[in-house]
Design a protein around this ligand. Sequence first.
Ligand code: TYD
Length: 196
Amino acid sequence: MGMLIAFEGIDGTGKSTQVQLLAHFLEEQGFPVVTTYEPTDSEYGRRIRELYKDRSSCTPEEELNLFIEDRRLHVHEFIKPELAAGKIILTDRYYYSTAAYQGAAGMDTGEIFARNSFAPRPSLVLLLTMDPEVSIARIREGRGEELNDFEQLDQLRKVADHFAAFSDPCIARINAAQSPEQVHKDICRTVQERLF
Ligand code: TYD
């Protein structure tokens, strides 16, 4: 059996960079690694990306259903087979994002976790933490991107509060307001301490 490591956190914390850095580090040590992300590129993922532009075009319930159906496909078609093949899977977002973002949108977090019980539990969740003001400034300046509907400051504060409230023992919090090199070092140390 392989191992599942999830990267979580608000937008702008540098998750995708850190996924690639950790993948490289583990590959150099000879581990079989695959990387993936949510929302996926499935039909549901495409509908979710449409939603980024205007969330008011669907209800919070419909939005939650889309993320769950997207994950169901991801688990069935990718995560379970890769775990069975003995891979270390690094996923950029998983069900903690649903609990935090759709929780912030008013859905019940306990119910969200319960509805995700089909999804294998990760061995480790690397929760990248950062002040929402800082993460938003990074998105605006660093990436030169407009903020999408999931990334507005008020909303992101609520999402950060939800992430801060999760207390699952598989969660390790990493201070993402440091240089990418230092964040990577902290992640490597945490992975070695917790998993190897
Ligand atoms: P993101 O990782 O930023 O994807 P991309 O690089 O394609 O923009 O995720 C997109 C947004 O979706 C992000 O703001 C968080 C949100 N999201 C949820 O609201 N619920 C979820 O379950 C997931 C996986 C993501």
